[in-house]
Design a protein around this ligand. Structure first.
Ligand code: PMP
Length: 299
C-alpha cells in the first residue's frame, strides 16, 4: 500500500507541505512511548458531486477529547482543522478519501507533561479496511486493555499495539479478523471496529465502558432508529454471539461489513436477507448524502 508519492501534500502545524519533505522530531515522546492521539475519518463524493467529510465535527471533537484525556495540550479549533482538511483534500485532488489527523508530542524522554503538541493531517485513498467479503472472525487470546489502565474511550496510538497483536494473531491462524473480549470475558470490539449482532429482528451491541464508542456505532444506532429497527446496548458473551442470526463490524475505515462465522461457527441468516445488510446499505447512502429506501420489508 502506498500512502504518498512525490506530489502528496499534508498539513503540518499550520502549513501545507510535501509529504516527502515533511520532517518531525525523532526524539518525540510519541515515537518512543506510543503517546499520541489520532482520528480516522472519511470524506465522500456526495450525490451533488461535492466532497463532504462525514461527521467532521464529531471526529474533531473526539480528537480534542482524546488529547485532553491524555493531558496533551490542544490549541486548535474544529473550524481551522476542518478547513485545513478540506484544503488537503483539494490539494491532493481527492474526494473519496481516508483522513488521518495525528496529534503528537515534542522531544521528551521523561514522562512529564508537555507545553506543546504538534499536528499533522494526512489523506489517502483507501478501500474498505476489512474488505467487502463476509468475514471469518476468531475470538482473540488478547483482551481489550483494562479501562483502569488506559483511557479506553480515547483514540490513543498506544492502544493500537493491542489491536495489532490481536489482528496479526487472527490472520496468522487463517482468519480475516479478531474479536476481542473485555477483562470480564464479555464481547468488547474488534481491533478497529465495533460489533453488532442481529437476533430475531433486533440488533444488539456492547454497552460503552470497555470499548471505543465509535462514531459509526452511533450512526448505526441513528439508522436503526430511522428505520424502526430495535437496538439494545448490553454486555453479552461470545457464546451468545454464536447464536446470532447475523453479525457485522462497523467503523469509519471498515464501514459496515458482515461476518460469515465466529471461530468457524457459521451465522445462519443469508446476508442478503438480513437487517444487517439493510443497515449496510443505509450507511452507504448516508455517508454519500443519498436518500435511502430499504428494499427489505421491515417489520
Ligand atoms: N473500536 C476501535 C478499537 C477502533 O479503532 C475503531 C476505529 N476508530 C472503532 C471502534 C470504530 O470507531 P469509528 O466508528 O469512530 O471509526
Amino acid at each position: 500500500m502506498t500512502y504518498y508519492n512525490d506530489k502528496t501534500i499534508l498539513f503540518l502545524n499550520g502549513e501545507f507541505v510535501k509529504a516527502a519533505e515533511a520532517r518531525i522530531d525523532l526524539y518525540s515522546q510519541s515515537l518512543h512511548y506510543g503517546y499520541s492521539v489520532f482520528e480516522g475519518i472519511r470524506s465522500y463524493k456526495t450525490a451533488g458531486g461535492q466532497t463532504r467529510i462525514f461527521k467532521a465535527t464529531e471526529h474533531f471533537d473526539r480528537l480534542r477529547q482524546s488529547a485532553e484525556a491524555l493531558n496533551m495540550p490542544y490549541h486548535w479549533t474544529n473550524e481551522e482543522l476542518i478547513s485545513a482538511t478540506y484544503e488537503v483534500l483539494k490539494r491532493n485532488d481527492l474526494q473519496d478519501a481516508y483522513i488521518r489527523p495525528v496529534v503528537f508530542a515534542p522531544a521528551n524522554m521523561s514522562f512529564a507533561r508537555n507545553q506543546e503538541s504538534f499536528i499533522t493531517i494526512e489523506v489517502w485513498e483507501m478501500q474498505p479496511f476489512l474488505g467487502e467479503k463476509l468475514l471469518r472472525v476468531m475470538t482473540s487470546s488478547f483482551q481489550r486493555p483494562n479501562p483502569k489502565a488506559f483511557k479506553i474511550h480515547a483514540k490513543a496510538t498506544g492502544h493500537y499495539v493491542n489491536s495489532i497483536l490481536a489482528s496479526q494473531e487472527a490472520k496468522g491462524k487463517g482468519f480475516d479478523e479478531a474479536l476481542l473480549l473485555d477483562i470480564n470475558g464479555y464481547v468488547a470490539e474488534g481491533p478497529g471496529a465495533n460489533v453488532f449482532y442481529e437476533k430475531n429482528g433486533k440488533l444488539f451491541t456492547p454497552a460503552t465502558g470497555n470499548i471505543l464508542p465509535g462514531i459509526t456505532r452511533t450512526t448505526v444506532l441513528e439508522i436503526a432508529e430511522e428505520l424502526g429497527i430495535p437496538v439494545e446496548e448490553k454486555l453479552f458473551t461470545p457464546g451468545e454471539l454464536k447464536e446470532a442470526d447475523a453479525v457485522f463490524y462497523c467503523g469509519t475505515a471498515a464501514e459496515v461489513i458482515g461476518w460469515e462465522s465466529l471461530d468457524d461457527v457459521q451465522f445462519p441468516k443469508p446476508w442478503k436477507d438480513s437487517l444487517s445488510k439493510t443497515i449496510q446499505e443505509a450507511y452507504k447512502h448516508k455517508v454519500a448524502g443519498k436518500e435511502y429506501k430499504p428494499s427489505l420489508e421491515l417489520a
